[in-house]
Design a protein around this ligand. Structure first.
Ligand code: CP3
Length: 367
């Protein structure tokens, strides 16, 4: 049919445009969305590459230590592609971990079985903050895997790079592990504020370097996870969650990185409104506790929203609520630029059939 095109150029530019679009196998609905056009609802899932897919364990076995796994180019590529074998997704998130920055800062990161990540805790006011961690050179395999993946994957699939936010990384570095209230971190904020803000400042630069490296290697979108933003005392929210993100974004823009940026202020409640106006993110990801009607009324209308199905709703075998939940999210977001996702990572007991069901509903939904 290509031989029709020269005739159309002579007679009707509009028609040509439509045909070109049809022929264009490279159309990417997430990139289009960030340019302002939304025809369909794109979708992908937080932690889509992980442990709910049995084949992940086969790949995971190839490296004993999780850090070595995150530094193995072929295994990064294999696990990033894995969910695309099962699902019709619009994006792939690069396989890595937010804690690779503290690892590069020599905080003795270990992933203990059935316990999660452990690091040597920093003593606020005392532990020296490493300023020359050479993040980019230590994460060379991540960079190489992004270049290869961007060449291998169809252009219609966005590749997403990511980093943890300064507050969340500081939480892990001070506590040395997860915590129910991050008291040591909050204490550091009040008692050793100068030291604490120096840590945040240092992390801003490391995170910017890691995101810049991923963008230059070829990712289409960047995401910043602030998984513990709900542990920030309210009066410090701007200083610890909003300003560091806008600083990172300005650093990236000053280095000619213009890919869209998704911010995820997990469980930050009403502070998400201020975050949506002031952090300068292009998209705010919402957790599963957010009421989307509230979000539609108060969140900055100039930015994209992503979210927010409860990942636990994908656990039951025959959920009677799943379809209604998905449709309710789509209906509430039908007047917004919107990416469908879960409101936190998929859990290991999430059912593949449920994920497929959700994809079917989203793909057949007419906006
Ligand atoms: O599928 C994907 O989304 C890509 C890979 C990815 C991982 N971690 C792989 C991983 C991503 C995007 C992350 C981000 C991450 N890591 C966050 C932010 C998102 C969130 O969940 O809030 C956080 C807080 C971490 C820190 C972390 N890494 C924890 C707490 C744990 C252990 C418990 C857990 O949730 O898995 C990890 C280890 C980890 N990171 C695993 C995977 C697949 C499991 C390790 C294994 O398989 O051996």
């Amino acid at each position: 049919m290509v031989y029709f095109i020269p005739k159309l150029i002579e007679h009707n530019n509009n028609t040509l445009f439509k045909i070109e679009k049809k022929l264009n196998m490279d159309a990417n609905i997430i990139n289009d969305l960030f340019k302002g056009k939304q025809s369909q609802t794109p979708l992908w899932f937080l932690r889509q590459a992980g442990r709910h897919i049995p084949e992940y364990y086969e790949i995971r076995k190839k490296e004993y230590n999780f850090i070595d796994f995150c530094l193995n180019k072929n295994l990064i590529i294999e696990s990033t592609k894995l969910p695309l074998k099962y699902y019709n997704l619009d994006a792939a998130i690069i396989f890595s971990d937010i804690l690779m920055i503290p690892w590069a800062m020599r905080r003795n990161l270990r992933f203990l079985k059935d316990f999660g990540p452990t690091l040597d805790p920093m003593i606020p006011g005392e532990t020296k903050i490493v300023k020359n961690a050479s993040i980019v050179s230590k994460l060379e395999p991540l960079k190489d895997s992004i270049s290869t993946l961007r060449n291998d994957l169809p252009k219609s699939i966005s590749l997403i790079g990511f980093a943890g936010a300064p507050w969340t990384l500081a939480c892990y570095m001070i506590e040395g592990k997860g915590s129910k209230d991050f008291l040591k971190t909050r204490k550091a904020l009040w008692c050793e504020n100068k030291w604490f803000m120096e840590l945040i400042e240092t992390l801003i630069y490391y995170i910017s370097d890691k995101l810049e490296m991923q963008a230059k290697a070829g990712v289409d979108v960047l995401m910043i996870f602030d998984s513990w933003s709900h542990m920030i005392p309210n009066n410090f929210f701007t200083e610890c969650a909003i300003n560091p993100i806008s600083r990172i974004i300005r650093i990236l823009r000053s280095r000619d990185i213009f890919v869209p940026i998704i911010g995820f202020p997990f469980k930050a409640g009403s502070s998400i409104i201020k975050y949506s106006f002031e952090s300068e993110v292009d998209c705010v990801a919402l957790d599963w506790s957010v009421d989307l009607s509230w979000a539609d009324s108060f969140i900055n209308k100039d930015i994209v929203i992503q979210g927010n199905l409860d990942p636990a709703s994908l656990i039951p075998k025959d959920s009677v609520y799943l379809k209604d939940n998905v449709l309710s999210i789509l209906d509430k977001m039908s007047d917004r630029r919107f990416i469908f996702n879960v409101g936190h990572g998929l859990t290991p007991d999430c059912k593949i059939d449920n994920v497929k069901k959700v994809i079917d509903i989203v793909k057949n939904y007419k906006r």
